[in-house]
Each structure stands twice: as C-alpha cells, then as structure tokens.
Write a protein that binds this ligand. Sequence first.
Ligand SMILES: Nc1ncnc2c1ncn2[C@@H]1O[C@H](COP(=O)(O)OP(=O)(O)OP(=O)(O)O)[C@@H](O)[C@H]1O
Length: 252
Amino acid sequence: MSPIIEVRGLSVVFDGFRALDGVDLTVERGELRFLIGPNGAGKTTLIDVVTGLTRPASGEVLLAGRSLTGLREHQIVRLGVGRTFQTSVVFEELTVLENLDLAAAFRRPLLSLARRRRGVSETVAEALETTGLAGLADRPAGVLSHGQRQWLEIGMLLAQRPEVLLLDEPVAGMSRAERERTGELLTSVARDRTVIVVEHDMEFLRRYASQVTVLHEGRVLAEGSVEEVRGDPRVQEVYIGRRKDDAVSAGS
Ligand SMILES: Nc1ncnc2c1ncn2[C@@H]1O[C@H](COP(=O)(O)OP(=O)(O)OP(=O)(O)O)[C@@H](O)[C@H]1O
C-alpha cells in the first residue's frame, strides 16, 4: 500500500527566497508525525503546499499515490486532507453544534443530511464525542476556553471526515492539563487517521510523538524517533542558543 502522504523534491520560492528547498517527506497511514524546526524553517509553508494554499516552484505532493498538483484548497479538503490554522476559524456567535454542522456540510452535504438523526448527524455526533465537547454542544463558541476552542477546531476537521489532519501548533497557549488532553485526543484521532502536527512544545513532543521530522532553512535536517532526533548533533546545533524550552536537548 502506498504511503498516505508523499512529498517529493518540494521547493517554494517567495520573491527569490527559498522557503522550501527540495523537501522529501513520506508519512504512512496511522502516523502521528511531528514537524519541528526553528522559526522560519518552513513548517507552515510545507502545510500550506500540502493543503493547496501555496503553489510550489517545483516538486509535488501525493495523497495515497494521487498527485495534488494544481488542485485548489476546497478540492484537497474533499479528497480528505484537513488543516487547522494558527488563528482561529470558529464562528463565535454560533453554537458548538452549529460550527460542527457547518464544517460537516462543507465536505459532504448530501451524505450529512441523509444521515441526520434527531437533528444531529452521525459525523457531528462522533466529533462531539471524540473532542469531549458534547456537554457544550448548545453553547455559543464564543464562551469556550482557549483549549475548548482548539478542540472545537479539531472537531470541525473531524466533521469533514479527513484521512489526514494537519495541525499548526495546536497546544500553543494551553495549560498543562489542556495540553495533556490534546495529546490524548490526537493519539486517539491518529488510530484511524493520519495526523501531522507542527509543534514547538518539546515536552508535548516527548510525550506524544512517534516520528519526528526536523526542518531547517527549508530542508529536512533529520528524521526519526524523538530520541534519535534529540541525539542528532546537527539538530542540537540548530537549537543551540534558543529558549530553554525550545531546545531539543533540554531535560535530557
Ligand atoms: N507569503 C510569504 N512571502 C514571503 N516570505 C514568506 C511567506 N511565507 C513565509 N515566508 C518566509 O518563508 C520562511 C518559512 O516560513 P514558515 O512560516 O513556513 O516557517 P515556520 O517554520 O512555520 O516558522 P514559525 O515556526 O516561525 O511559524 C520564513 O523565512 C518566512 O519569512
């Protein structure tokens, strides 16, 4: 079986500046893959290309063997690739349930209508349960805590029934308890889907990552288990002099 995501020779150029420079990346089904790297390494740009927001100068992205080259963002969503952004996309005045319903309708309007049961589609009910937000279904999203809002965004992705979820810094600004819950949520989501996470939080990474890809200056610097990349002298070098909690070797 082919990998779920294959990135081949990907380069992105902004006004002559190479944000990505020949990136190769293979992600198998069911992985919870972390992308790390110093600021400006190209992590968000990589997600932007996979999801069709940014066009590469060269190279390609394959989803289950199918090229995504030239497809638009909504087409890629419909093929099963969903993402969160660093900034929130929930509608504050709508309820949690309404936000989930809207997200579900975007992917498969007819199916989600056909499957309605007691006003809540099966997909939305599942998303509520997985994210632990069922008790808040009728509350406006505007009253949610920061953590709950992040879980709602993950729920909105799940409601689109993606095969691959790309999350950009999902635990930024979260309390320790919220980070733990998010780690458990992502682990459970990755059981039957593939999750790719951009994250700076090293403690979070140590606890939940299986495979890690380190980007630096637009290239893949290292790849492997958390222990392998932490022990890699090249990775240690690019993190030297950074904040303590951003340092790969911190706590070892
Ligand atoms: N639209 C753009 N136009 C010009 N340069 C850009 C654009 N988007 C990103 N860049 C540049 O490309 C490089 C990679 O940026 P990117 O946001 O992908 O890095 P990152 O690894 O996600 O960093 P961070 O951890 O700070 O979010 C940076 O130098 C950034 O300034």
